[in-house]
Design a protein around this ligand. Structure first.
Ligand SMILES: Cc1cc2nc3c(=O)[nH]c(=O)nc-3n(C[C@H](O)[C@H](O)[C@H](O)COP(=O)(O)OP(=O)(O)OC[C@H]3O[C@@H](n4cnc5c(N)ncnc54)[C@H](O)[C@@H]3O)c2cc1C
Length: 349
């Protein structure tokens, strides 16, 4: 029997040992842009905590590493639960990345007027760079995270998981995709029970050149479109937006609002002298869109997320690298490893 599969009458023919999927066409000539961003990574995990700055109540909501898109709604929910009870009047949110925008929306949904103050707005935030997979990967180091943090983390993940589901659709650029993960990779082991639809599949169920593959279903966020829509949502609900950089906590304490949410991501390292917060650079090569590719894949070769605005190829997590520009040699490596992976398909549609 032949291995692999062939096209018969325009339809892919499947053989017993291989289920075809369309290949991503990986080649330098298909690269439409390259980007790099600095994830706000803390080994002990993100910070959601209330403190006071003179007369002002300040609630931190930063440091979500490689999972800030994923955790945005849930972490912001924890933050507003710490800030809003007992508060009256206007509210300030500092930061207009995914965390600031979701915090602002939750504050508005609770009936409070909000002003967002941010040094940069979408598309010029780290959140715009993100691949946009809903998965809490590289958010903390389990050896450094406290039991209290783990409770926050699970609550945040649970709320986000449900909140993103009710936003699926073209308006926010969110869709479900089957996701195939090399079962031996660390990515497959973050939380064995999450996402709920999650199992090791047989070799005959996939075309990948891998020994063991796990499949789960999760959501993917086209971050540019999502953040644009979230910014509009804040404005439609009457939110004000002011471009402003804060140099010290004292500047924040001088704001007229008596309740402030700090959603400055990596900016909190300098602003609040948080030395646990480190940049973790991620570099991406983006290929021309291929609408027929409707699955994601991750493993030692890197990761591939297909989006309407391009096929995202990634895979670096470089702690303490501060230069947010893509490096030609790293991009070449990302392209080469994905090329090998897709050219190794045992069959294709
Ligand atoms: C390559 C890459 C891939 C990623 N992939 C994923 C993924 O697939 N899934 C996922 O869940 N996450 C992913 N992430 C992680 C995610 O992007 C981050 O965790 C998230 O964007 C953090 O959001 P944020 O709102 O806290 O920070 P940011 O998006 O950085 O926003 C911070 C805001 O605060 C403002 N600010 C900062 N300092 C000051 C100051 N002093 N004064 C005033 N304003 C200030 C900034 O201007 C900005 O508006 C990825 C990240 C990278 C780089």
């Amino acid at each position: 029997m032949l291995s692999g599969c062939a096209t018969v009458g325009g339809r892919p023919r499947t053989f017993a040992d291989c289920t075809p999927l369309p290949k991503v066409l990986v080649d330098e000539s298909r690269v439409i842009r390259t980007v790099a961003g600095l994830r706000p990574y803390r080994r002990p995990g993100f910070v959601v905590r209330r403190e006071t700055l003179g007369q002002t109540a300040l609630v931190h909501n930063y440091g979500h590493g490689g999972g800030g898109i994923t955790l945005s709604w849930g972490s912001s929910k924890l933050a507003v639960e710490q800030g809003l009870p007992g508060h009256g009047g206007a509210v300030a949110v500092i930061g207009a990345g995914v965390m600031g925008l979701s915090t602002a929306r939750l504050v508005q949904e609770a009936g409070f007027p909000v002003t967002i103050y941010a040094a940069a707005l979408p598309p010029d935030t780290t959140s715009n760079i993100a691949g946009g997979q809903f998965h809490p990967f590289s958010v903390f180091d389990k050896d450094a995270a406290s039991p209290e943090f783990m409770v926050q983390f699970i609550r945040a993940l649970d709320y986000s998981w449900r909140r993103f589901q009710i936003m699926v659709g073209d308006d926010y650029g969110i869709r479900w995709l089957p996701t195939y993960v090399e079962a031996a990779s660390p990515e497959a082991k973050v939380i064995p029970t999450f996402p709920p639809v999650n199992r090791v599949i047989a070799r005959a169920e996939h075309p990948f050149p891998l020994d063991s593959v796990r499949r789960y279903d999760t959501m993917y966020v086209e971050t540019g479109r999502y953040l644009r829509q979230m910014l509009r949502d804040v404005q439609i609900a009457g939110g004000r937006i002011e471009v402003r950089r804060f140099g010290t906590p004292t500047d924040i304490g001088a704001l007229p609002e008596q309740l402030v949410f700090n959603c400055t991501g990596l900016g909190s390292r300098e602003l609040f002298n948080d030395q646990d917060l480190h940049p973790a650079r991620g570099q991406l090569a983006i290929l021309e869109p291929q609408p027929e590719v409707r699955y994601a894949a991750l493993g030692d070769f890197g990761y591939m997320f297909p989006r309407a605005d391009g096929i995202i190829l990634g895979g670096t997590f470089e702690v303490d690298e501060w230069d947010a520009t893509p490096r030609a040699e790293d991009i070449a490596r990302i392209i080469a490893s994905h090329k090998r992976f897709f050219e190794g398909f045992r069959c294709s549609a």
